[in-house]
Design a protein around this ligand. Structure first.
Ligand SMILES: [Zn+2]
Length: 388
């Protein structure tokens, strides 16, 4: 946590009606008229008017943030309404930016709402972000997340980040001038097979409120200088346990972007390809790709399409096995009959008891021209320890 100077200057004195509207704010000594003037002077950009963007925009509008920018390319769909509370039934089919704007102006007609209809891209990101004091990342894909982070670092802007998947949420403030950036937390994106995907994996709707409200809180603290902001810490929330944990996140001295000797000084040419690295590709040669048991769990949970092959003996299989696996004992790999039962079209994860047999079977498949093959590290033993 860091105590920072207010990011935004005070503006003109509040009008009588503004004093009335924000009376519950201004009476708080830490905020006062001064804090409210800073809020009115602030420009906040929310990228994504979805699950996280909804509570962020609603609360920032109510709080009196003077300018709210919204970036979104999507239209409101019925399946959004379970969590994207800024939109309603009458908005279905309309651009999310328009729907959000109408809702914001209904709450607070004094807000200057600036719409950036479309996608944030490497071509427009610097120009758009440059106009704002604080950037809120309400996106749900890694390519955009890295793009926003990189642009924020280059522009010296704070990025208030949130992330949700099923019952788990995370939030932090990445502000490279004062602490770590997103790449200090995740130097590289996860393999695409392992990237949590809310469309496939689902999201517990109300979780957006918890994490989005946390983001809105951090935005207000950045603007007003009240309290300490979540720079250098990541909040980890689990809805099932009602647990809030925080981990310390230090600036990575080797961060390519904000480390001691940064090597990346411009936006990447292509964020989509940066974020679509596959776990099992590029395996020419003899290094057997390894995948952890927890990654396999994530692949199963996220519904990713892959073959899970158990190469132990039938008696071991009868004792215990992983749901969804098929049994092809090791001998069939050495005997050459295994490959007939294995598709070449989807990734393959092989496991055994400890990861020894599976590695040699993976090697056989690779030798026979299979691609996207990995051995599960530690085998069934490692698998079971996840659930202890
Ligand atoms: Zn960094």
């Amino acid at each position: 946590m860091k105590r920072l100077q207010p990011l935004v200057e005070r503006g003109a004195a509040l009008s009588q009606s503004e004093r009335q509207r924000y009376a519950r704010h201004t009476v708080i000594p830490e905020i006062g008229l001064e804090g409210q003037e800073r809020l009115r002077n602030a420009k906040v950009l929310c990228i994504g008017a979805g699950g996280l963007g909804s509570p962020v925009l609603l609360y920032l509008a109510a709080a009196g943030v003077g300018t709210l920018g919204i970036v979104d390319f999507d239209l409101v769909e019925e399946s959004n309404l379970q969590r994207q509370i800024i939109h309603g039934v009458s908005d279905i089919g309309a651009p999310k930016t328009q729907s959000a704007k109408a809702k914001i102006l209904d709450i607070n007609p004094d807000v200057n709402v600036v719409l950036h209809q479309g996608q944030i891209t490497r071509e427009n990101v610097m120009e758009i972000l440059a106009n704002y004091d604080v950037i809120v990342d309400g996106t749900d894909n890694f390519a955009t997340r890295y793009l926003i982070n990189d642009a924020c670092v280059f522009l010296g802007k704070p990025c208030v980040w949130g992330s949700i998947f099923r019952f788990d949420g995370q939030a932090s403030v990445f502000f490279a001038d004062h602490g770590p950036c997103y790449r200090c937390l995740h130097p590289e994106p996860p393999a695409k097979e392992l990237a949590p995907n809310c469309a496939v994996g689902g999201v517990f709707g109300v979780l957006c409120g918890t994490i989005g409200s946390t983001q809105a809180t951090e935005v207000i603290k950045l603007i007003t200088g009240v309290g300490e902001v979540m720079v250098g810490e990541v909040l980890i929330y689990n809805a099932l346990k009602a647990s809030f944990d925080k981990i310390i996140l230090n600036k990575d001295p080797n961060c390519v972007l904000c480390g001691t000797n940064p090597t990346q000084t411009h936006l990447l040419e292509d964020y989509d390809s940066f974020c679509s690295v596959s776990l099992f590709e590029n395996i020419d040669g003899w290094e057997i790709p390894i995948v952890s048991a927890t990654s396999v769990t994530q692949m199963i949970n996220s519904g990713s399409d892959f073959q899970l092959i158990d190469v132990r003996e039938p008696w071991e299989w009868d004792e215990e096995r992983i749901d969804g696996a098929i049994l092809i004992p090791q001998g069939e790999f050495f005997g050459g009959t295994a490959t007939a039962n294995i598709s070449r079209d989807t990734p393959i994860v092989i496991y055994c008891a400890h990861g020894i047999r599976s590695a040699s079977c993976a090697g056989i498949l690779i030798q026979e021209g299979f691609r996207n093959v990995a051995s599960m590290d530690g085998g069934m033993e490692a698998w079971k320890t996840q659930f202890i």
